[in-house]
Design a protein around this ligand. Structure first.
Ligand SMILES: [Zn+2]
Length: 108
């Protein structure tokens, strides 16, 4: 997943050599990821994204503010969220559109 028009690169190189092993506790079996320390954060991000694609398909997307680098996870019923945060980008973009409309109206 990327912002802008750059094509997404495959996460395959990040996952090369990554393995997991079972961790047994009294309650359950969990799987521990074995990844090189320098790639651990990137591996966690790839796994989290994969999990979201499976559990919440079509819900993770880039913020619609072209100057914002954040993503949003849309939990709304309509799945039409556009902003990482209404307080940050939503209000900022609405104010910008309002400003442009009033400028265009004044210029006519
Ligand atoms: Zn944003």
């Amino acid at each position: 997943m990327v912002h802008g028009s750059r094509p997404a690169s495959s996460p395959a190189p990040l996952l090369k050599g990554v393995t997991s092993h079972p961790q047994l506790s009294s309650a359950a079996v969990t799987w521990e990821i074995d990844a090189p320390a320098e790639r651990r954060t990137a591996v966690d991000a790839v796994l989290a994204r994969s999990d979201l694609q499976e559990t919440m398909p079509g819900r993770l997307r880039p913020c619609a503010n072209p100057e914002c680098r954040r993503f949003l996870l849309d939990r709304s019923e309509t799945n039409r969220g556009r902003w990482c945060s209404m307080a940050l980008c939503g209000n900022r973009m609405k104010a910008r559109r309002h400003y442009q409309r009033t400028r265009e109206a004044a210029a006519e």
